[in-house]
Ligand binder design. Structure first.
Ligand code: PLP
Length: 390
């Protein structure tokens, strides 16, 4: 019995290309003629060292990461990075300002566009620095709905008279829960360190890494399975002079330790890193992130077309900031949500239920989701609308 073709619209973890899973399966018991599974290789072995180097090289190629940036593969999920970013950049700011230890901590600036940037700001707040909310889009003034877009630039308030006092400015490029994605890099003072969470849209389009001090991204949407988080950090931000590692923070969160040990300070999630390497190779084979961007636009265009002609399906999101990765859809007759999901499931269209915090339907269109799945979905959506209208 061959398994059914499933159309996986899940927001995570992991929608993976079938060919990547097939390669992993073929190599599972005997990796690179070692007679062992990747799972069994020492993380200090030559064979795994090659995996690590190849994975990093591919990531650098795909995102055109400049040589003066480090690429780290870390654990604890993107959520751990909410704290790690704070500690590392606070220490870096202390060095840059030569303010020594024991000084008042500088503020940090957060642009809040949804659940994940909000959580990151809350974490920074727990750690003790004053968190300046540049804006909080939790309520749209016109619709009254939460997180539907990005407020006009003239409503943003950065720290300090010239907008450059913060240790860093933080934002999330794609809000996975609410489906809001930036269509540009926010303009900040040229001296500020810009930090971006790209967990759910990394490698879905080209990015100018030079604009950022730190990019962080959990692997489990577009890069591989859960278990590793990629951090891209500009090297000058890692310079420290003793005792400037103030405030003191856990070794496992320290980017400098990770960099000095090439992400092998402790046992890394070896199998996850190996799978990320296979996914990177797959993206390269498809034509890189430019090709991914084209495909993702084409997938979103199909959904936009249905939305434009429907009286049943509604997007709450400002079209300019409509995420290409996570499309939140509300039914104008909410009682039809259950039947919609049931009938979709019967056609092997799965994981369409919206995030538990906001409900509705969420269609995730990650890199590995083929156009044919979206074509099948829009056919079903159109059929369903006709059926309930009659
Ligand atoms: N940031 C974004 C944009 C996310 O989508 C998620 C999880 O879905 C996170 C952060 C948190 O990631 P993790 O579960 O790896 O901690």
């Amino acid at each position: 019995n061959s398994p059914p073709t499933v159309h996986n619209f899940g927001a995570g973890p992991s929608v993976l290309p079938r060919s990547v899973l097939q390669t992993a399966q073929a190599e599972f018991l005997n990796f690179a003629d070692s007679g062992m599974s990747v799972l069994e290789l020492s993380h200090r072995s030559e064979a795994f060292d090659r995996v690590m180097r190849d994975t990093e090289r591919s990531a650098r190629q795909l995102l055109a990461i400049p040589d003066d940036y480090s690429v780290l593969f870390l654990q604890g999920g993107a959520s751990t990075q909410f704290a790690a970013v704070w500690y590392n950049l606070m220490a870096s700011k202390v060095v840059r300002d030569r303010s020594g230890t024991g000084q008042t901590l500088p503020p940090v600036d957060y642009l809040i566009t949804g659940t994940w940037s909000k959580r990151a700001a809350q974490e920074a707040s727990r750690l003790g620095a004053p968190v300046n909310v540049v804006f909080d889009a939790s309520t749209d003034e016109t619709t009254g709905q939460a997180f539907t877009g990005i407020p006009a630039r003239n409503r943003w308030q950065f720290s300090g008279p010239s907008g450059r006092d913060a240790a860093y400015v933080y934002y999330c490029d794609n809000e996975t829960v609410h489906g809001v994605e930036w269509d540009h890099v926010p303009e900040v003072h040229p001296d500020t360190v810009l930090v971006c969470d790209m967990s759910s849209n990394i490698m879905s389009r080209p990015v100018d890494v030079r604009r950022f001090g730190v990019i962080l991204a959990g692997a489990q949407k577009n890069m591989g399975p859960a278990g590793v988080t990629m951090v891209i950090v500009r090297n000058d931000l890692l310079t420290r002079t003793e005792p400037a590692s103030y405030p003191a923070f856990p070794t496992m969160l320290d980017y400098l330790v990770a960099q000095a040990n090439r992400s092998l300070y402790n046992t890394p999630p070896t199998f996850t890193i190996y799978l990320c390497g296979l996914v990177y190779q797959w993206i390269k084979d498809q034509g890189g992130v430019v090709a991914m961007a084209q495909q993702n636009e084409a997938k979103l265009a199909l959904l936009r077309q249905v939305l434009a002609h429907s009286s049943l399906y509604r997007s709450p999101i400002d079209p300019r900031y409509q995420s290409r990765m996570n499309v939140v859809i509300n039914l104008t007759k909410p009682e039809l949500e259950g039947p919609f999901l049931q009938q979709a499931q019967a056609r092997h269209m799965v994981q369409l239920k919206g995030h538990r915090s906001i409900g509705g339907i969420r269609v995730s269109l990650y890199n590995a989701l083929p156009l044919t799945s979206v074509q099948a979905l829009v056919r079903f959506m159109t059929d369903f609308e006709h059926q309930v209208a009659n």
